[in-house]
Design a binder for this molecule. Structure first.
Ligand code: FES
Length: 109
């Protein structure tokens, strides 16, 4: 397990990016706190394989309801990663499994 951050480092709606190794590839992931829960996904839109954010770790819509791709406005459910609106509707972000233990956020390699 790899520590990403401490739970206390996140305000509601805040996200942090991290690197994850998958085979020979290094991917960028992000973990997001929303409503006291944590979710993590690979930072790659299902429309065009580019990051969802503009490098600013800003992933949610202004009302904190959806993860939004900044490029063309696709909306994803934070809980499932499912795209519910936009050019990739019906497809899902690649989920990263998390574990929360002792006030820390981990992902399993
Ligand atoms: S690249 Fe994400 S909606 Fe187009």
């Amino acid at each position: 397990m790899v520590v990403i951050a401490k739970t206390q480092d996140f305000k509601d709606g805040q996200a942090k990016k991290f690197e994850i190794k998958k085979g020979k590839e290094t991917l960028e992931g992000f973990v997001l706190r929303r409503g006291g829960k944590f979710f993590a996904y690979v930072n790659r839109c299902k429309h065009i394989s580019i990051p969802l954010d503009y490098g600013d770790e800003d992933f949610l819509t202004s009302d904190n309801k959806f993860i939004m791709c900044k490029n063309h406005g696709a909306l994803y459910e934070p809980e499932t990663g499912l795209c519910v609106s936009g050019p990739c509707a019906g497809r899902s972000l690649e989920k990263i499994e998390l574990e929360i233990k002792g006030g820390k956020v981990y992902f399993t390699r």
